[in-house]
Design a protein around this ligand. Structure first.
Ligand SMILES: NC(=O)c1ccc[n+]([C@@H]2O[C@H](COP(=O)([O-])OP(=O)(O)OC[C@H]3O[C@@H](n4cnc5c(N)ncnc54)[C@H](OP(=O)(O)O)[C@@H]3O)[C@@H](O)[C@H]2O)c1
Length: 279
């Protein structure tokens, strides 16, 4: 089946992407071709994950043409200074065995190596040079999204952020809708917490789906939001992909959103994380 697309500022992003965080190279080699065969056409990696070479090889091994995969990587925040940034992107492309990525993200907002305006300028230059089809950011607050958009010549197409039922992201979501960029959600399963949740289990039983599928579906039923899903377990690849044959009712969507609570943010590395308005 063809995956629905999230459109944003001129880009079309497959609504579900396969994540590769905390996935050693041997697992990437085993699971990523399986994910592509299953139907995933959006693959997410990063310089931080230390697996770009395995991801590149797995895409080749899948037999699906490179042009049919939406491939994202992210620049490490300690590589934002212009010449280091450019050299690191060339290395990523070499490792990924491709001459472009579909989406290049600034992984975390940090300003020690280069001011934001300079980071955005380098992103734009990489796009103008044809090394990158689209540009985006990750872990950006409302204020940072606005600044990035204002500094950028080319449209920013996504802000990749933590997105799960326990974390209120309505402020960033509303601003992203206003600015016309998509969100790409990560940690949909809240590091495993969702599976034992009674509300989610009830909705899963009612819809004949698993809790994992309900949560992934809840993310993509937000207009303009794509979801990332990672599993190293081959039997879960199909499960996580099969979220396009059912719909959550408005009442179920609201019941899941009502699970949000304070203190639910999981990704907050001290060196890189911004100050979020609602934490
Ligand atoms: N931009 C950023 O700063 C950032 C931060 C974090 C993540 N990401 C991206 O987002 C992707 C997704 O995040 P994530 O990798 O942390 O986690 P995730 O997709 O939320 O999955 C977390 C864990 O849930 C388990 N799981 C997956 N499917 C399951 C199922 N059907 N039933 C039960 N358990 C299941 C997996 O374990 P098994 O592998 O053992 O199956 C996995 O380790 C990452 O891989 C990465 O590409 C980006």
């Amino acid at each position: 089946m063809t995956v629905p697309l999230v459109t944003a500022n001129g880009a079309a992003i497959p609504a579900i992407g396969f994540g590769t965080f905390r996935m050693p190279k041997v697992e990437v080699q085993k699971v990523v071709p399986e994910a592509i065969t299953t139907g995933f056409r959006h693959i997410d990696t990063a310089q931080f994950y230390d697996n770009e070479d395995a991801v590149g090889q797995a895409i080749i091994n899948s037999g699906v043409a490179r042009k049919d995969i939406f491939l994202t990587t992210k620049i490490r925040p300690d590589r934002f200074a212009n010449d280091v940034f450019v050299a690191s992107l060339h290395q990523s492309l070499k490792d990924l065995k491709t001459d472009y990525v579909d989406l290049l993200l600034l992984h975390w907002p940090v300003f020690s190596d280069a001011p934001l305006e300079a980071q955005i300028a380098t992103l734009n230059a990489m796009r103008a040079a044809g090394l990158v089809r689209h540009i985006g950011v990750s872990n950006y607050t409302v204020d940072l999204m606005r600044k990035a958009m204002a500094f950028s010549d080319a449209p920013i197409i996504t802000n990749q952020i933590e997105f799960h039922p326990y974390l209120k992201q309505d402020i960033v979501y509303a601003e992203a809708r206003k600015l016309g960029l998509s969100l790409t959600g990560y940690f949909a399963m809240a590091n495993g917490q969702v599976h034992e949740d009674e509300v989610l289990k009830t909705i899963a039983a009612k819809t004949g789906k698993t809790v994992a599928q309900v949560v992934l579906r809840w993310v993509i039923q937000h207009e303009g939001v794509a979801v990332l899903s990672k599993t190293a377990t081959v039997s879960r690849v199909r499960e996580n992909f099969d979220i396009f044959d059912f719909e959550l009712s408005a009442a179920d969507m609201a019941a899941i959103s009502a699970l949000a609570r304070t203190g639910a943010r999981m990704a907050k590395p001290e060196a890189y994380a911004p100050q979020w308005a609602n934490d």
